[in-house]
Design a protein around this ligand. Structure first.
Ligand code: PLP
Length: 415
Protein backbone atom coordinates (compact mmCIF):
# COMPACT_ATOMS: atom_id res chain seq x y z
CA UNK A 1 0.00 0.00 0.00
CA UNK A 2 1.47 3.37 -0.94
CA UNK A 3 2.33 5.05 2.35
CA UNK A 4 1.64 1.79 4.20
CA UNK A 5 -2.11 2.20 4.76
CA UNK A 6 -5.23 2.70 2.65
CA UNK A 7 -6.16 6.08 4.06
CA UNK A 8 -4.08 9.25 4.19
CA UNK A 9 -4.98 9.92 7.80
CA UNK A 10 -3.70 6.48 8.86
CA UNK A 11 -0.25 6.97 7.40
CA UNK A 12 2.64 7.71 9.76
CA UNK A 13 2.00 5.35 12.65
CA UNK A 14 4.58 2.83 13.91
CA UNK A 15 1.97 0.79 15.78
CA UNK A 16 -0.22 -1.87 14.25
CA UNK A 17 -3.45 -2.02 16.19
CA UNK A 18 -4.90 -5.49 16.54
CA UNK A 19 -7.71 -5.22 19.09
CA UNK A 20 -10.32 -2.72 20.14
CA UNK A 21 -12.92 -2.84 22.89
CA UNK A 22 -14.88 -0.15 24.71
CA UNK A 23 -12.66 2.90 25.06
CA UNK A 24 -9.43 0.99 24.42
CA UNK A 25 -7.09 -0.13 21.67
CA UNK A 26 -4.22 -2.65 21.81
CA UNK A 27 -1.24 -2.79 19.50
CA UNK A 28 0.49 -5.97 18.31
CA UNK A 29 3.05 -5.68 21.12
CA UNK A 30 0.20 -5.89 23.64
CA UNK A 31 0.36 -2.22 24.66
CA UNK A 32 -2.96 -0.78 25.75
CA UNK A 33 -4.16 2.72 24.85
CA UNK A 34 -7.07 4.83 25.98
CA UNK A 35 -8.53 5.84 22.62
CA UNK A 36 -9.15 9.55 22.16
CA UNK A 37 -9.14 9.28 18.39
CA UNK A 38 -12.26 7.07 18.14
CA UNK A 39 -11.53 6.48 14.44
CA UNK A 40 -12.00 10.23 13.82
CA UNK A 41 -15.57 10.15 15.03
CA UNK A 42 -17.59 7.03 14.26
CA UNK A 43 -16.89 5.26 17.53
CA UNK A 44 -19.40 7.02 19.75
CA UNK A 45 -20.74 4.30 22.03
CA UNK A 46 -17.47 2.42 22.26
CA UNK A 47 -15.47 -0.05 20.21
CA UNK A 48 -17.07 -3.40 19.35
CA UNK A 49 -20.30 -2.52 21.13
CA UNK A 50 -22.06 -5.83 21.74
CA UNK A 51 -25.59 -4.50 21.13
CA UNK A 52 -24.64 -2.94 17.79
CA UNK A 53 -22.71 -6.00 16.69
CA UNK A 54 -25.61 -8.31 17.57
CA UNK A 55 -27.94 -6.19 15.45
CA UNK A 56 -25.48 -6.38 12.55
CA UNK A 57 -25.14 -10.13 12.95
CA UNK A 58 -28.91 -10.49 12.89
CA UNK A 59 -29.01 -8.48 9.65
CA UNK A 60 -26.29 -10.59 8.04
CA UNK A 61 -28.08 -13.81 8.88
CA UNK A 62 -31.66 -12.81 8.04
CA UNK A 63 -31.59 -10.78 4.84
CA UNK A 64 -28.25 -9.60 3.52
CA UNK A 65 -27.52 -7.33 0.57
CA UNK A 66 -30.25 -7.78 -2.04
CA UNK A 67 -29.71 -4.86 -4.38
CA UNK A 68 -33.42 -4.46 -5.06
CA UNK A 69 -35.98 -2.08 -3.63
CA UNK A 70 -35.83 -0.57 -0.15
CA UNK A 71 -33.80 -2.36 2.51
CA UNK A 72 -35.53 -3.47 5.67
CA UNK A 73 -34.72 -0.86 8.30
CA UNK A 74 -33.87 1.86 5.79
CA UNK A 75 -37.29 3.47 6.10
CA UNK A 76 -37.18 3.20 9.88
CA UNK A 77 -33.80 4.93 9.97
CA UNK A 78 -34.92 7.64 7.56
CA UNK A 79 -37.88 8.35 9.82
CA UNK A 80 -35.63 8.50 12.88
CA UNK A 81 -33.25 10.97 11.17
CA UNK A 82 -36.22 13.12 10.11
CA UNK A 83 -37.50 13.06 13.69
CA UNK A 84 -34.16 14.08 15.13
CA UNK A 85 -32.64 16.58 12.70
CA UNK A 86 -34.54 19.89 12.44
CA UNK A 87 -34.00 20.48 8.70
CA UNK A 88 -34.54 16.85 7.64
CA UNK A 89 -37.74 16.16 5.74
CA UNK A 90 -36.22 13.61 3.39
CA UNK A 91 -33.06 11.51 3.62
CA UNK A 92 -30.85 9.54 1.23
CA UNK A 93 -28.15 7.23 2.55
CA UNK A 94 -24.72 6.53 1.10
CA UNK A 95 -21.47 5.14 2.49
CA UNK A 96 -19.14 8.02 3.33
CA UNK A 97 -19.01 11.71 4.08
CA UNK A 98 -17.15 12.22 0.79
CA UNK A 99 -20.09 10.68 -1.09
CA UNK A 100 -22.63 12.70 0.86
CA UNK A 101 -20.81 15.98 0.17
CA UNK A 102 -20.51 15.15 -3.53
CA UNK A 103 -24.22 14.35 -3.76
CA UNK A 104 -25.13 17.55 -1.93
CA UNK A 105 -23.13 19.54 -4.50
CA UNK A 106 -24.96 17.74 -7.32
CA UNK A 107 -28.36 18.42 -5.76
CA UNK A 108 -27.49 22.10 -5.27
CA UNK A 109 -26.35 22.42 -8.89
CA UNK A 110 -29.47 20.64 -10.16
CA UNK A 111 -31.65 22.91 -8.05
CA UNK A 112 -30.01 26.20 -8.95
CA UNK A 113 -28.63 25.54 -12.42
CA UNK A 114 -25.37 27.12 -11.20
CA UNK A 115 -21.89 25.66 -10.91
CA UNK A 116 -19.87 27.42 -8.17
CA UNK A 117 -19.46 26.29 -4.58
CA UNK A 118 -18.46 28.35 -1.55
CA UNK A 119 -16.66 26.76 1.36
CA UNK A 120 -14.64 27.86 4.37
CA UNK A 121 -10.88 27.80 4.70
CA UNK A 122 -9.69 24.76 6.64
CA UNK A 123 -12.98 22.88 6.50
CA UNK A 124 -12.69 19.37 5.16
CA UNK A 125 -15.59 17.92 3.20
CA UNK A 126 -13.88 14.86 1.67
CA UNK A 127 -12.30 14.31 -1.70
CA UNK A 128 -14.75 15.14 -4.47
CA UNK A 129 -12.81 17.56 -6.64
CA UNK A 130 -14.53 20.90 -6.04
CA UNK A 131 -14.70 20.39 -2.31
CA UNK A 132 -11.13 19.14 -1.90
CA UNK A 133 -9.81 22.67 -1.78
CA UNK A 134 -8.78 25.07 0.94
CA UNK A 135 -7.81 22.72 3.74
CA UNK A 136 -4.50 21.21 2.65
CA UNK A 137 -2.75 19.78 5.71
CA UNK A 138 0.85 19.58 4.55
CA UNK A 139 3.05 22.30 3.20
CA UNK A 140 0.46 24.95 4.11
CA UNK A 141 1.61 28.07 5.83
CA UNK A 142 -0.30 30.97 7.28
CA UNK A 143 0.38 32.79 4.01
CA UNK A 144 -0.80 30.07 1.60
CA UNK A 145 -3.69 31.03 -0.69
CA UNK A 146 -7.09 30.20 0.78
CA UNK A 147 -7.94 28.01 -2.19
CA UNK A 148 -4.89 25.71 -2.25
CA UNK A 149 -5.97 22.25 -3.51
CA UNK A 150 -5.79 19.57 -0.80
CA UNK A 151 -3.81 17.12 -2.91
CA UNK A 152 -2.46 16.28 -6.33
CA UNK A 153 -4.46 15.03 -9.28
CA UNK A 154 -7.54 17.14 -8.66
CA UNK A 155 -9.19 18.64 -11.73
CA UNK A 156 -6.96 21.56 -12.81
CA UNK A 157 -9.98 23.70 -13.73
CA UNK A 158 -11.74 23.40 -10.42
CA UNK A 159 -10.43 26.56 -8.81
CA UNK A 160 -12.52 28.63 -11.22
CA UNK A 161 -15.63 27.26 -9.57
CA UNK A 162 -14.75 27.34 -5.87
CA UNK A 163 -14.85 30.34 -3.58
CA UNK A 164 -13.01 29.90 -0.27
CA UNK A 165 -13.68 32.25 2.63
CA UNK A 166 -11.90 32.44 5.99
CA UNK A 167 -14.08 31.04 8.79
CA UNK A 168 -15.69 33.78 10.91
CA UNK A 169 -14.67 36.50 8.43
CA UNK A 170 -17.85 38.56 8.12
CA UNK A 171 -16.47 41.04 5.59
CA UNK A 172 -14.94 38.23 3.51
CA UNK A 173 -18.23 36.36 3.45
CA UNK A 174 -20.21 39.43 2.44
CA UNK A 175 -17.65 40.21 -0.28
CA UNK A 176 -17.80 36.64 -1.62
CA UNK A 177 -21.58 36.88 -1.98
CA UNK A 178 -21.37 40.36 -3.51
CA UNK A 179 -18.87 39.10 -6.08
CA UNK A 180 -20.26 35.61 -6.74
CA UNK A 181 -23.63 35.27 -4.96
CA UNK A 182 -25.69 34.83 -8.09
CA UNK A 183 -23.33 32.14 -9.40
CA UNK A 184 -23.17 30.10 -6.18
CA UNK A 185 -25.02 26.79 -6.24
CA UNK A 186 -24.14 25.98 -2.64
CA UNK A 187 -22.34 27.22 0.44
CA UNK A 188 -20.84 24.43 2.53
CA UNK A 189 -20.13 25.02 6.22
CA UNK A 190 -19.48 22.92 9.28
CA UNK A 191 -21.79 24.62 11.76
CA UNK A 192 -19.13 24.18 14.41
CA UNK A 193 -15.70 23.58 12.90
CA UNK A 194 -13.88 20.39 13.81
CA UNK A 195 -11.66 20.20 10.73
CA UNK A 196 -9.01 22.27 12.49
CA UNK A 197 -9.85 21.49 16.07
CA UNK A 198 -12.82 23.02 17.83
CA UNK A 199 -13.71 26.47 16.53
CA UNK A 200 -17.24 27.73 17.07
CA UNK A 201 -18.96 30.16 14.75
CA UNK A 202 -18.71 33.77 15.91
CA UNK A 203 -22.07 35.06 17.16
CA UNK A 204 -24.26 35.84 14.17
CA UNK A 205 -21.95 34.23 11.59
CA UNK A 206 -24.19 31.29 10.67
CA UNK A 207 -27.22 33.58 10.69
CA UNK A 208 -25.40 35.83 8.22
CA UNK A 209 -24.58 32.85 6.01
CA UNK A 210 -28.22 31.74 6.11
CA UNK A 211 -29.42 35.25 5.17
CA UNK A 212 -26.93 35.57 2.31
CA UNK A 213 -27.92 32.16 0.95
CA UNK A 214 -31.58 33.18 1.09
CA UNK A 215 -30.91 36.52 -0.60
CA UNK A 216 -28.93 34.93 -3.44
CA UNK A 217 -30.85 31.68 -3.88
CA UNK A 218 -27.83 29.61 -2.79
CA UNK A 219 -28.29 26.22 -1.14
CA UNK A 220 -26.89 26.15 2.42
CA UNK A 221 -25.29 22.76 3.09
CA UNK A 222 -24.38 22.13 6.72
CA UNK A 223 -21.66 19.51 7.07
CA UNK A 224 -22.60 17.59 10.21
CA UNK A 225 -20.33 14.64 9.44
CA UNK A 226 -18.53 15.22 12.74
CA UNK A 227 -21.21 16.99 14.77
CA UNK A 228 -24.16 14.85 13.66
CA UNK A 229 -25.74 12.82 16.49
CA UNK A 230 -22.63 13.39 18.64
CA UNK A 231 -22.82 17.12 19.49
CA UNK A 232 -26.58 16.65 19.81
CA UNK A 233 -28.98 14.06 18.47
CA UNK A 234 -30.34 16.79 16.21
CA UNK A 235 -26.84 17.82 15.15
CA UNK A 236 -25.26 21.23 15.65
CA UNK A 237 -28.22 22.84 13.85
CA UNK A 238 -30.36 21.90 16.84
CA UNK A 239 -27.91 23.77 19.10
CA UNK A 240 -27.36 26.89 17.01
CA UNK A 241 -30.90 27.20 15.70
CA UNK A 242 -29.79 27.91 12.14
CA UNK A 243 -31.43 25.57 9.67
CA UNK A 244 -29.67 24.56 6.45
CA UNK A 245 -31.34 23.41 3.23
CA UNK A 246 -29.23 20.25 3.09
CA UNK A 247 -27.33 18.43 5.81
CA UNK A 248 -24.66 15.83 5.31
CA UNK A 249 -23.88 13.35 8.07
CA UNK A 250 -21.95 10.13 8.66
CA UNK A 251 -19.48 8.89 11.29
CA UNK A 252 -21.32 8.62 14.64
CA UNK A 253 -24.59 7.47 13.13
CA UNK A 254 -23.52 3.82 12.99
CA UNK A 255 -20.79 3.41 15.64
CA UNK A 256 -18.17 2.42 13.07
CA UNK A 257 -20.15 0.79 10.25
CA UNK A 258 -19.99 2.57 6.89
CA UNK A 259 -23.00 4.80 6.66
CA UNK A 260 -23.47 8.42 5.72
CA UNK A 261 -26.21 10.42 4.15
CA UNK A 262 -27.78 13.61 3.04
CA UNK A 263 -30.96 15.05 4.51
CA UNK A 264 -32.85 18.11 3.49
CA UNK A 265 -36.01 20.03 3.03
CA UNK A 266 -38.63 18.62 0.69
CA UNK A 267 -37.87 21.49 -1.66
CA UNK A 268 -34.15 20.64 -1.91
CA UNK A 269 -34.58 16.87 -1.89
CA UNK A 270 -36.99 17.06 -4.83
CA UNK A 271 -33.79 17.35 -6.84
CA UNK A 272 -32.71 13.82 -5.96
CA UNK A 273 -33.75 11.44 -8.70
CA UNK A 274 -32.56 8.27 -10.34
CA UNK A 275 -30.90 8.60 -13.71
CA UNK A 276 -32.94 11.48 -15.06
CA UNK A 277 -31.25 14.55 -16.49
CA UNK A 278 -32.96 17.21 -14.36
CA UNK A 279 -32.18 15.77 -10.95
CA UNK A 280 -29.10 14.45 -9.20
CA UNK A 281 -28.68 10.70 -8.88
CA UNK A 282 -27.76 9.14 -5.55
CA UNK A 283 -26.68 5.62 -6.31
CA UNK A 284 -24.33 2.99 -4.92
CA UNK A 285 -24.21 -0.79 -4.53
CA UNK A 286 -23.61 -0.44 -0.80
CA UNK A 287 -25.83 2.56 -0.09
CA UNK A 288 -27.90 1.80 3.01
CA UNK A 289 -26.49 -1.72 3.27
CA UNK A 290 -28.56 -3.70 5.77
CA UNK A 291 -25.55 -4.17 8.08
CA UNK A 292 -24.84 -0.47 8.38
CA UNK A 293 -28.54 0.29 8.67
CA UNK A 294 -28.92 -2.22 11.52
CA UNK A 295 -25.91 -0.66 13.22
CA UNK A 296 -27.32 2.84 12.82
CA UNK A 297 -30.82 1.99 14.02
CA UNK A 298 -29.35 0.37 17.11
CA UNK A 299 -26.80 3.12 17.75
CA UNK A 300 -29.38 5.90 17.49
CA UNK A 301 -31.89 3.99 19.58
CA UNK A 302 -29.30 3.53 22.34
CA UNK A 303 -28.30 7.17 22.09
CA UNK A 304 -31.91 8.27 22.23
CA UNK A 305 -32.98 6.13 25.15
CA UNK A 306 -29.87 6.04 27.30
CA UNK A 307 -28.91 9.70 27.54
CA UNK A 308 -25.65 9.07 25.71
CA UNK A 309 -25.17 12.67 24.58
CA UNK A 310 -25.50 13.94 28.17
CA UNK A 311 -22.92 11.39 29.25
CA UNK A 312 -20.56 12.46 26.46
CA UNK A 313 -20.90 16.09 27.59
CA UNK A 314 -20.23 15.21 31.23
CA UNK A 315 -17.14 13.19 30.30
CA UNK A 316 -15.93 15.86 27.90
CA UNK A 317 -16.32 18.58 30.52
CA UNK A 318 -14.43 16.50 33.06
CA UNK A 319 -11.56 15.95 30.65
CA UNK A 320 -11.37 19.58 29.49
CA UNK A 321 -11.31 20.72 33.12
CA UNK A 322 -8.50 18.30 33.88
CA UNK A 323 -6.45 19.47 30.90
CA UNK A 324 -7.06 23.14 31.76
CA UNK A 325 -5.95 22.47 35.35
CA UNK A 326 -2.79 20.83 33.98
CA UNK A 327 -2.16 23.83 31.71
CA UNK A 328 -2.42 26.16 34.71
CA UNK A 329 -0.29 23.96 36.92
CA UNK A 330 2.51 23.42 34.41
CA UNK A 331 2.46 26.93 32.97
CA UNK A 332 2.22 25.46 29.46
CA UNK A 333 1.37 28.02 26.78
CA UNK A 334 -1.74 26.28 25.55
CA UNK A 335 -5.48 26.80 25.25
CA UNK A 336 -8.19 24.17 25.47
CA UNK A 337 -11.42 24.44 23.48
CA UNK A 338 -14.25 22.07 22.70
CA UNK A 339 -17.86 21.04 22.63
CA UNK A 340 -19.38 17.99 24.31
CA UNK A 341 -17.27 14.93 23.63
CA UNK A 342 -14.75 16.80 21.45
CA UNK A 343 -11.82 19.01 22.35
CA UNK A 344 -8.64 20.55 20.99
CA UNK A 345 -5.46 21.78 22.60
CA UNK A 346 -3.66 24.53 20.71
CA UNK A 347 -0.18 25.67 21.63
CA UNK A 348 -1.22 29.29 21.22
CA UNK A 349 -1.89 32.15 23.61
CA UNK A 350 -5.52 32.46 22.61
CA UNK A 351 -8.23 30.38 21.03
CA UNK A 352 -8.10 30.49 17.23
CA UNK A 353 -11.10 31.88 15.38
CA UNK A 354 -10.05 30.58 11.96
CA UNK A 355 -7.70 28.19 10.13
CA UNK A 356 -4.81 30.62 9.70
CA UNK A 357 -4.78 31.28 13.43
CA UNK A 358 -5.02 27.55 14.21
CA UNK A 359 -2.06 26.90 11.89
CA UNK A 360 0.09 29.04 14.16
CA UNK A 361 -0.06 26.35 16.87
CA UNK A 362 3.48 25.41 17.91
CA UNK A 363 4.05 22.07 16.18
CA UNK A 364 7.29 21.34 18.05
CA UNK A 365 5.54 21.61 21.40
CA UNK A 366 2.60 19.64 20.03
CA UNK A 367 4.77 16.72 19.02
CA UNK A 368 6.46 16.59 22.46
CA UNK A 369 2.97 16.61 23.97
CA UNK A 370 1.58 13.92 21.68
CA UNK A 371 4.62 11.64 22.10
CA UNK A 372 4.32 11.85 25.90
CA UNK A 373 0.61 11.07 25.72
CA UNK A 374 1.27 8.04 23.54
CA UNK A 375 4.04 6.78 25.82
CA UNK A 376 1.59 7.16 28.72
CA UNK A 377 -1.05 5.07 26.94
CA UNK A 378 -3.28 7.93 25.74
CA UNK A 379 -3.86 7.83 22.00
CA UNK A 380 -4.55 11.09 20.21
CA UNK A 381 -4.09 12.20 16.64
CA UNK A 382 -0.62 13.12 15.39
CA UNK A 383 -2.15 16.12 13.61
CA UNK A 384 -1.56 19.26 15.68
CA UNK A 385 -4.66 21.18 14.64
CA UNK A 386 -7.16 18.33 14.67
CA UNK A 387 -9.99 17.71 17.06
CA UNK A 388 -10.03 14.73 19.41
CA UNK A 389 -12.92 12.97 21.07
CA UNK A 390 -14.04 10.35 23.52
CA UNK A 391 -16.73 7.67 23.41
CA UNK A 392 -19.41 6.79 25.94
CA UNK A 393 -17.52 3.68 27.08
CA UNK A 394 -14.90 5.96 28.65
CA UNK A 395 -15.18 6.03 32.44
CA UNK A 396 -14.57 8.80 34.97
CA UNK A 397 -11.65 6.72 36.25
CA UNK A 398 -10.17 6.61 32.73
CA UNK A 399 -10.29 10.39 32.63
CA UNK A 400 -8.81 10.81 36.09
CA UNK A 401 -5.96 8.48 35.16
CA UNK A 402 -5.48 10.25 31.84
CA UNK A 403 -5.29 13.57 33.72
CA UNK A 404 -1.91 12.52 35.10
CA UNK A 405 -0.66 11.72 31.61
CA UNK A 406 -1.91 15.11 30.35
CA UNK A 407 -0.03 16.79 33.17
CA UNK A 408 3.19 15.07 32.12
CA UNK A 409 2.55 15.82 28.44
CA UNK A 410 1.97 19.52 29.06
CA UNK A 411 5.01 19.66 31.35
CA UNK A 412 7.04 18.23 28.44
CA UNK A 413 6.18 21.33 26.41
CA UNK A 414 7.57 23.76 28.95
CA UNK A 415 11.26 24.37 28.47
N1 PLP B 1 -16.85 16.31 6.39
C1 PLP B 1 -16.19 16.41 7.55
C2 PLP B 1 -16.43 17.60 8.43
C3 PLP B 1 -15.28 15.43 7.94
O1 PLP B 1 -14.60 15.55 9.08
C4 PLP B 1 -15.07 14.32 7.07
C5 PLP B 1 -14.10 13.28 7.43
O2 PLP B 1 -13.36 13.37 8.37
C6 PLP B 1 -15.77 14.28 5.87
C7 PLP B 1 -16.67 15.27 5.56
C8 PLP B 1 -15.57 13.12 4.93
O3 PLP B 1 -16.13 11.96 5.50
P1 PLP B 1 -15.58 10.51 5.09
O4 PLP B 1 -14.24 10.35 5.70
O5 PLP B 1 -16.63 9.58 5.66
O6 PLP B 1 -15.55 10.47 3.60
Amino acid sequence: MPGGASSGHRVGWDQVFVRSSGARLWDEDGREYLDFLCAWGPIVLGHADRRVNEAVLAATSTCDLTGVGPQLGEVQLAEMVCDLVPSAQKVAFCTSGTDAAMHAAHVARALTGRRKLLKFHGSYHGWSDHLAVGCARNGVTVDSPLDSPNGGGLHPGLLADVVVVEWNDVAGLERAFTDHGDELAAAFAEGYVHSFGCVPPAPGFLELLRALCDRHGTVFVMDEVKTGFRAALGGYQSICGVTPDLTIFGKSIANGYSLAGMAGTDEAMRYVGAYDTERATVDGTYNASPYAIAAANTTLEIMRTEGVVDRLYALGDRLRSAIRAAVDDTGARAVVTGLGSQWAVYFLDEEPRNFRQALRTDTGRYSAYQRTLLAGGVLETVAPTSDRRLCAATTEEDIDRAAEVYHAALAATVS
